[in-house]
Design a protein around this ligand. Sequence first.
Ligand code: PMP
Length: 310
Amino acid sequence: MPGLELLPHAYFEKKIVPLDEAKVSIATHSLQYGTTCFTGIRGYHRDSKIRLFRLKDHWQRLVNTVKILEMPLTLEWDTFHTAIVELVRSNKPARDIYIRPLIFAHDCVLVPRFDGLHFDLAIYMFLMGDYHATTRGLDLIISSWQKFSNLSMPSKAKSGGSYVNSALAATEAHKLHKDDALLLNSRGEVVEASSANIVVVYRGEIYLPDLGAEQLEGITRRTVIDFLREENLPIHSGGLDRSLIYNADELLLLGTAAQVVYTRSVDDRIIQSENKPGPICQLLRDKYRQVMEGKHPRSKDWLYDVELTP
Ligand code: PMP
């Protein structure tokens, strides 16, 4: 697994510091119990600026996660976006980046709780190109690990500990020489991939797992729904069983890291044999490009430019 191309500065304890100085004790609560939450934001290098996508929506999801988990922390928009802008400027990235804001507990205490701990924001960033291979579709499995139930873990909270479930599924896929895994909920419905939402195209119509099912509410998913609505394409939302997935015309994975990627096979059943995106995948990618180029009606709302040269 290639390491991250980390950029030299981080935001830690309310200031910008060299990344090497942004350190915690091995006794830190969040390291023992996964009591963190985070988000991941892409920044696209354009001329002398970094173009951030839906920054305020990422902040809002982080705030919502803090609320669900009852972490005693107030995360103001001003603090959040100022820290990101300053950090981007001090790192001066020469290529596209991925920004990871992370909320963690400093405390070295034994009890696994959220209340009574001291949570703080830390941010680091790294250079990032494509997350998945782009010259072919993905080969997926349906994991033997079930997606955790909404009764045991909040699926709308992007919490560190919940990624143990993702890691189990992705490890299973990797050991079978596949790219990633889809997870079923306790009702046998396909809800999402290990770290991406899904869209299914079946007989020319669009199917999405129900928002209330066990999936994160991805910012890419919301963006894609807006794109599909613009085109007046019929969208159905509900429970998707695995046989519908096997017979899909297109199965797309959606995420900030993954972006919009298509699937070649699921459990060795071919979805798309040709090494090129299907019509819906292409449509969504084209719309993303329009947004990034500032040519889409939502570009103004969704893009946040950070000038690298003052
Ligand atoms: N589901 C899971 C479990 C994820 O980790 C991610 C990646 N953040 C997503 C969905 C997609 O979310 P987003 O589009 O906001 O990146």
